[in-house]
Design a protein around this ligand. Structure first.
Ligand code: HEM
Length: 430
């Protein structure tokens, strides 16, 4: 990898655009791999500084490597759209690609880790599993679970929202998508939770090598789906995701075992952690802004717009990773081919140039073109499913007639990739 020093950047920028950035460092170093920054909720302040001081930032990592971080809305949108220069072949998470002996076995086999034209083919395979029929099944499944959970909440007087309520969203989705029972779906959510939370002692044993731990968590999910596919055998007649994937073809051939596994893995990892953590950050934002909760209670038709603000506010998928395929210049800063570039949705979503008064939670914010679902060809294919899960959950909570308040300090997930909560105690209040 080519090292680009601040001096080299300064020289290059002399001939670049007038608004060019002349330094890629900041007064006090910020390490975006430091999970404490996110667990302590101090990341917004860090991104505020980066957007102002060094919007194209070279992040030094403890292991001596480094990567680029884009923090401004316009730069991030442009990188999302320029998929020729910013490749997804190495996966969306830093250090998280599926490497075996140096290669990346998921490259151009898993949807999120593919580039066009291959991406177009893989995305077509995924259309039926995310079509309107499946979204409707997810809606019914989640509706049943959350309405029971609200009854329990009423009876118990409170719960740990992060543990007892939020996981029901992906559990309901998995039950509908894979025709599995509630306990099995809970088990799958546990597996993906450990993978995404591989740096959090609340979710996993954090001793030993981090990369091995992540690889082990990934392999557990593969094993689960390998067994499921095996058990279901030739499921081509089934009307769930397994049946849809078994019927799918690539170049006239059925999907290989590896392609089937990658598709299941992408659906489970893409959906499990995102919607459940988004309901946590959204619910907490409403509890902390009671006037917005009251507006929503009074006018439930505001929910659809409120969900956009909840998505923007939580920015659950904090960043995605890309790797440059050629030399590029971003805001006057040259970035060499082969460099890792991270696009920080969480920062773009608080960029004051795009969102006036960005740290105000406003359920009627308009326009609200948040980047929480990404942008460009990889924009979240599960967005309608995620929206319907969140809609059902908020309908149940708002329609309960109950008022809620926090009953202890929320505990944030120790992750810089997925922003969530491992605990969010709530109780019924006046
Ligand atoms: C509700 C919260 C959700 C958030 C914040 C979210 C976020 C994202 C983001 C940012 C991307 C783009 C990744 C990239 O550009 O590299 C993405 C892609 C994807 N998401 Fe979601 N997602 C959500 C819900 C879901 C659900 C419910 C599912 C599945 C049931 C899902 C499955 C996927 C898949 C398969 C992709 C890959 C799409 C592609 O590469 O073409 N997501 N998601």
């Amino acid at each position: 990898m080519t090292a680009i020093t601040a001096t080299a950047v300064a020289t290059a920028t002399a001939t670049a655009a007038a608004a060019a950035v002349t330094d890629t460092s900041v007064s006090t170093p910020i390490d975006l791999t430091d999970v404490e920054l996110f667990a302590s909720n101090n990341h917004h302040a860090a991104f505020r500084r980066l957007r102002a001081e060094s919007p194209v930032y070279r992040n030094p990592s403890a292991d001596g490597t480094s990567f680029w971080a884009l923090t401004r809305y316009d730069d991030i949108t442009a990188a999302y759209i320029d998929h020729d220069a910013f490749s997804s072949l190495h996966g969306a998470i830093l250090g998280g690609s599926f490497r075996t002996g140096g290669g990346d076995t998921a490259s151009n086999e898993m949807l999120v880790a593919s580039d066009p034209p291959r991406h177009r083919i893989l995305r077509r395979v995924m259309h039926p599993p995310f079509g309107p029929g499946m979204v409707e099944r997810i809606q019914h499944s989640v509706r049943t679970l959350v309405s029971r959970a609200v009854d329990d909440l009423r009876a118990d007087g409170g719960c740990d929202f992060a543990l007892d309520f939020a996981p029901l969203l992906p559990i309901g989705a998995l039950m509908a998508m894979f025709s599995i029972g509630v306990e099995e779906a809970r088990h799958v959510v546990g597996l993906t939770r450990r993978m995404v939370g591989y740096r959090d002692a609340a979710l996993t044993d954090v001793s030993g090598d981090e990369r091995l731990r992540l690889a082990h968590a990934q392999s557990e999910i593969f094993e689960y789906f390998a067994d499921l596919l095996d058990e279901r055998g030739d499921a081509t007649g089934d009307d769930d995701v397994v049946g849809m994937l078994r019927r799918a073809e690539i170049n006239g051939e059925p999907l290989t075992d590896a392609q089937l596994l990658y598709a299941c893995m992408n659906i489970a990892v893409g959906g499990n952690e995102t919607s459940s953590y988004t309901i946590c950050s959204g619910f907490l934002a409403l509890l902390e802004n009671p006037q917005e909760w009251a507006r929503l209670r009074a006018e439930p038709t505001l929910l659809s717009g409120a969900l956009d603000e909840i998505m923007r506010w939580g920015s659950t998928n904090a960043y995605v990773q890309r790797v440059t395929t050629r030399d590029v210049v971003v805001r006057g800063v040259p970035i060499a081919a082969g460099e890792i570039v991270t696009l920080w949705n969480v920062s773009a979503n608080r960029d004051p140039d795009q969102f006036p008064d960005p740290d105000r939670f406003d359920i009627t914010r308009s326009p609200n073109r948040h980047l929480s679902f990404g942008a460009g060809v990889h924009r979240c294919i599960g967005a309608p499913a995620g929206n319907v899960e969140l809609t059902e959950a908020f309908h149940a909570l708002l329609g309960s007639g109950l008022e809620f308040r926090t009953a202890g300090d929320p505990v944030r997930l120790r992750s810089n990739f997925i922003l969530g909560f491992t605990s969010l105690p709530i109780e019924i209040g006046a």
